[in-house]
Design a binder for this molecule. Structure first.
Ligand SMILES: Nc1ccn([C@@H]2O[C@H](COP(=O)(O)OP(=O)(O)OP(=O)(O)O)[C@@H](O)[C@H]2O)c(=O)n1
Ligand SMILES: O=P(O)(O)OC[C@@H](O)[C@@H](O)[C@@H](O)CO
Length: 428
């Protein structure tokens, strides 16, 4: 069963389960390696940090792309090609985010030169390591973080059969040719053309031969590997329709789009840890499910069981008072031990139930201070802690309205994942 990826819209449906079964059956029984060109400077973002190293939700963009390939079991080697001055940074990212299939090599002055450097790194190894010559090599821009296993499988199998393959998307704007004076010469019939995206796949020998034969002009000004395979190896790529998320981060706005997609995806599921309040957890689940959120409910088990069984980055800890501090800390420890909070910021919504006893002002202050102090510490550990107090002694109709309000607040917190609101004790 392929690891279910965290990407927009991925829901386990009969179709996705069928596709996963197909993936299990369609075994890739030949070596496949990946080359991720990441040696650019990202000038068009207007940022000083090259876009592949810009952090999104506290993690460098390139780490998401690497993870998208590492989670694919039949991909054994990933060559990341970076500029000489960023090699130490890249190695630190590999170490911090526990990337295990990666080899870092130096890039060139253009994308094609970087890609060729990456390809050559796969033919130099003779030690039988994963970085020996593959049958198929996937080439994918490191600044395209969204790539799914089933698309990789299609690209890989097509490359094995046809010699080359590539992902395409419909054009959004019409392509026009201009005169040297800057006027319209003619426009292309948009329906006949497609945008060439990534990933692309090649028989390793084909793409290496293409680079060995190509011109200096290709190396300096070319942008299309599929063209090199066709022009120099007479290999016509099989084209495969991709998803809208197959876009390349080019401008600063694209980074905002990536963050928005991750937040949308992360907010699709929660795990409620009941804290002994199973009935309230059931009401909570009903309201959240009505908003299309997948809800897991766990008893107050040790945090490690909760996290290991949970494919979510959002936890709701229901408690009758702040005595459940240790349960929160257990959960955080479990998130750290399983690298959960390393991959994405974890959200914990701490729901403090107000009972029959009257909450004196000093107790309210104590609770508020507890949540604030703990949240400040957890923020350093990539955990966003929000407090919400709920009076559950009200009449059923009022409690129903309060539960919907609590659900709305919860959805806002897990969607926005805003550090500024951590440590607040909101009142429903
Ligand atoms: N000499 C280069 C130039 C680009 N790339 C990589 O090729 C991919 C796609 O290129 P592009 O989007 O053009 O990246 P940049 O060249 O960094 O962007 P810009 O043109 O805005 O500077 C990126 O992952 C980029 O890091 C590379 O490996 N080596
Ligand atoms: O042209 P840029 O260097 O911005 O990016 C490279 C893109 O051209 C390339 O990734 C796809 O178009 C497929 O070849």
């Amino acid at each position: 069963m392929p690891d279910r990826p965290l990407y927009p819209g991925y829901r386990v449906t009969p179709e996705t389960e069928l596709r996963e079964q197909m993936q299990d059956r369609c075994t890739v029984d030949f070596p496949v390696a990946v080359v991720l060109p990441a040696g650019g400077s990202g000038e068009r973002t207007g940022l000083t940090t090259p876009k592949q190293f810009v952090t999104v939700l506290n993690r460098p963009l390139i780490s998401y792309t690497i993870q998208a390939f590492e989670r694919v079991s039949w991909i054994k080697a990933i060559v990341v090609v970076v500029a000489k001055e960023t090699q130490d940074l890249m190695q630190s990212i590999v170490h911090k985010f526990h990337h295990v299939k990666v080899k870092v090599v130096q890039g060139g002055s253009t994308r094609h030169r970087s890609i060729y450097n990456g390809l050559q790194a796969l033919s130099e190894q003779t030690d039988g390591s994963a970085f020996t010559k593959p049958k198929v090599v996937i080439i994918h821009d490191a600044v395209r973080p969204f790539v799914e296993e089933d698309l990789l499988l299609k690209v890989t199998m097509a490359a094995k059969d046809q010699g080359a393959s590539g992902v395409i998307r419909p054009l959004v704007s019409t392509v026009i040719a201009t005169t040297t004076e800057g006027y319209l010469d003619h426009s292309l019939e948009r329906a006949k053309y497609r945008a060439s995206e990534m990933p692309q796949g090649f028989l390793y020998d084909v793409i290496c031969q293409a680079y060995q034969r190509c011109s200096e002009f290709d190396f300096e000004f070319g942008t299309e590997c599929l063209h090199l395979a066709l022009h120099y190896c007479n290999t016509n790529a099989k084209l495969i329709e991709g998803l809208p998320t197959q876009f390349k981060v080019t401008y600063k706005r694209d980074l905002a789009a990536v963050e928005s997609i991750f937040k949308e995806t992360l907010s699709q599921s929660v795990c409620i840890i009941t804290g002994g309040s199973a009935e309230l957890a059931g009401k909570y689940q009903k309201h959240l499910s009505a908003h299309n959120v997948a809800v897991d409910i766990k008893p107050n088990t040790k945090g490690s069981n909760t996290v290991s069984l949970s494919k979510t980055w959002n936890f709701i800890q229901v408690s009758v008072n702040t005595s459940s501090l240790c349960e929160i800390l257990d959960l955080v420890q479990a998130c750290e031990e399983s690298s959960h909070s390393l991959l994405y910021p974890v959200v914990i919504v701490w729901v403090l139930l107000k009972g029959n006893e009257r909450t004196c002002p000093s107790q309210k202050t104590d609770e508020s201070v507890t949540v604030k102090d703990l949240a400040a510490e957890l923020l350093q550990r990539n955990v966003l802690l929000y407090g919400v107090s709920l009076d559950c002694t009200v009449v059923p109709e009022q409690l129903e309205r309060s539960m919907e309000r609590l659900c709305q607040i919860t959805l806002c917190l897990i969607k926005d994942r805003n550090p500024a609101l951590t440590g607040q004790l909101l009142e429903v």
